[in-house]
Design a protein around this ligand. Sequence first.
Ligand code: NAX
Ligand code: ADP
Ligand code: K
Length: 480
Amino acid sequence: MRTAYSVETVRAAERTLMARLPDGALMQRAAAGLAAACAQLLGRVYGSRVVLLVGSGDNGGDALWAGARLARRGAAVTAVLLAPGRAHPGGLAALRRAGGVTVPAADGVPLVERADLVLDGIVGIGGTGGLRAEAVPLAEAAHRSRAAVVAVDLPSGVDADTGQVRGAAVRADLTVTFGTHKPALFVDPAREHAGSVRLVDIGLELPAGPFLEALQHADVARLLPVPAAESDKYRRGVVGIAAGSARYPGAAVLAVSGALRGGAGAVRYVGPAADAVIARYPETLVSDQGPKKAGRVQAWVVGPGAGDDARTVAQVLALDVPVLVDADGLRLAPARDVRRRTAPTLMTPHAGEAAALLGVGRDEVEGARLDAVRELAGRYRATVLLKGSTTLVAGPDGGPVRANATGTPWLATAGSGDVLSGLAGSLLAAGLPALDAASAGAYVHGLAGRFAARHAPAGAHDIADAIPRAWRDVREAGVG
Ligand SMILES: NC(=O)C1=CN([C@@H]2O[C@H](COP(=O)(O)OP(=O)(O)OC[C@H]3O[C@@H](n4cnc5c(N)ncnc54)[C@H](O)[C@@H]3O)[C@@H](O)[C@H]2O)[C@@H](O)CC1
Ligand SMILES: Nc1ncnc2c1ncn2[C@@H]1O[C@H](COP(=O)(O)OP(=O)(O)O)[C@@H](O)[C@H]1O
Ligand SMILES: [K+]
């Protein structure tokens, strides 16, 4: 599991550690890791042209000390000072001792354009708002140039705690972050600015409860249900799908396709698309009795392609088993009915649906996903999975939010959300708590999307077909 901590927690851990260490020791650790990552990226340090973008704080200090190390190995290093007079004095002296030179910001653009490597030390966790005006042309030149751009701790201009980007921000190929990941490195739009991310251990001791966590193969492998020797289909869990309409029968088929690959022992379907479902998946148990009388079901999925069928949504919400509410179901589920439930509820909106529930614009949700997912989870007292370029899952009682790391923009294809709802619903029926069902479901779904769209676009049914491969990949890598 990868974890991220808020700026406040990082600062507190840093204070504790600094009290035990000689002055400047932490910055040396950071700079050593940073210089090593840069050297690796460059391949040949000797003779390379390195430009440091240096702001007024310790982030600039890290860049200067790392620049000094590269200069000692034969790189031509120039520091562009964005706040001359306020650049880190120790770092500046070290760079100059190593043969590096400094120039004011106004002279920086041509140097950046000719560089092999640009180090972004403008701001780190001390940054507020987007890049200041004088830094913008430098960031743009770095993006345009053929130089590799390495962000120090964070891409400058992004908000460390929320992943918001208010204004211009650096776009990096690699971010070298210190002590712990920061939330912005997992959450779009900031994450997209970070490139690949490398964590340098500087010895920070962090508390048990992170701010954000991102599951990896081994974590998901532990969550995925495996039938025991004495299992039968009922013990493995039965998932009920109440989805589809005369107008959208495909949503029912796709939700069932995800559910069949999600680990439950059986899939029950109720709704007007039974013929279409059976034609494609004859193993589905179809009932025409409505959710209440459909027979044993350990978890329900309601909403995909449901149109205006508020009655079915209300019936499902009244059942005392875990319920996943998606798509049209979100609009049709009154907040008070969701809050009243004692069994877990998992809601799976995309940004547009989340915006409608919150009464804000879609851009607002996409710009501040962490806030949106937390707000919804609190309002509905439910677990909420917010879909999109970064999928986030928040539980109703606070605690760390989970960010999914396996997604791919290829998933943005009609019907892929229906597949996810079936898959996550099946995991609920198999007995996973809502937070785990949602995050393991998103993880496997994202991976399936990557497999399905390896060298070509894929449809939602291809993503469903790739779920077994994704599942196997997780199990084999995670538990051997
Ligand atoms: N906290 C830690 O544990 C460690 C921190 N280190 C480095 O120290 C950094 C934090 O240093 P600081 O606290 O000095 O803060 P920063 O270097 O992030 O920012 C310093 C100053 O930049 C100015 N500023 C704020 N927003 C700006 C913007 N949008 N554009 C331009 N200037 C802006 C402000 O005057 C602010 O005080 C970390 O990101 C990391 O790189 C490392 O040296 C090692 C350990
Ligand atoms: N840009 C993107 N990058 C990664 N994943 C995305 C992106 N856009 C959408 N997705 C994913 O694709 C799926 C689409 O679901 P949804 O929006 O409900 O579509 P539909 O209703 O057509 O099924 C979700 O899993 C979502 O997280
Ligand atoms: K930075």
